[in-house]
Write a protein that binds this ligand. Sequence first.
Ligand SMILES: [Zn+2]
Length: 398
Amino acid sequence: MILQPPRTIEAQQFDVRLTPVRNGENIEIVYRAYTPISQMKLPFPAEQFTHLSVSEKDDGIAIGRSGEGVALIGAEPFGLVSLLLAPTVETPAKDYPVAQFGNQALALNLKYFQPIEVNNQPVSTLNSEGAQFQWLGGSASFESPQVAIYTDAGLPTPVVSLLAPTAEALSAHFQQGFGTALPVRPSLMFLYQAGNDGQLSVEGDVVPGQAVIKYVGGAFQEATPEMQQLVLRNLAHEMVHLWQLQHPKNATAPDWLHEGIADALASEALYISGVWDDAQYLQALTDARSNCAQVLATGTVRGAASRGHHEASYACGHMAMAALATRHEEGTSMAMWRAFLDYAARQDQPLSEDTFFAFAEEWAGDRGFALSFRSFVTSNYRSADGESIVDQLFAGTL
Ligand SMILES: [Zn+2]
């Protein structure tokens, strides 16, 4: 008997394409349905619904809340409709923002705009490209076989000049280190907001094949060591995530492990690929050490993410990885991470805390060290001296 896969009737019957464009202050999302439709539902957050409207030229199409999303209903079937997204749209509490605005460019999260229902019937992903972030800010400022870079018009030159050479060097490093190229050339999108004079802050979102990095602050205008260190560390960190996301079990890794190894691999990559010299690499380790020592006072490393102390996941996760990696003759975080992925695959285990603790014992070849490592992640050192706890992590005496 030949089993036929279920036919994707929806996609064939209700082929709806969306095209986002800038329209003055607003963002216009144009939907074209190849067969006219009478209803369409989007997973756009219902509580943000007032920021979305139907273009005035689209008479007879109403928009309203529908459950957790937003629905459009036509008095008559329609084949074309334009939605306007106001630049005042806010970030939902959970998940990635609807749109991230820079100086002139923006990154739109298409996830919230792909129809989930057409003519009251559920439909699956209609976007054939599969890209989640849409850059609205002009063409790529740099393209190579490894990477495409999109930069906001106002992004300060001292930042721009760092990006392409570093991204190229890191791509080569990670391809070799992870043992695989990414399935598609990644797009790296960089937004900028002036913020306050001395401000120097950055945040990044990564989905498969795409990273959106947003710099905020006047301190990006000058090529200070602090600015360069931050930009490079963040770029390398987000690029590690691009490779991590390729792993089928990536979502099973706890925050301290996922972020800790990203930070450790980022610093190591910048050093090995020659972007950082000895002093810069040591500075990054020293920064992580003192950040970790401080945030240990807020509670356990494993509970840091749920307390909102993401710095603890990064800094203490980095310390944990650095302490463990050197317990083996191969000695690098990359070799350790590859060995862990192999270990989990061999045992058919998720990339969980328990799998990692079991792996740590094998990697270190030392049960005492592995138990101390586990304590570092799971115990509460709130009333202890943070610096001394990090020292004991490295010594294996917790
Ligand atoms: Zn991260």
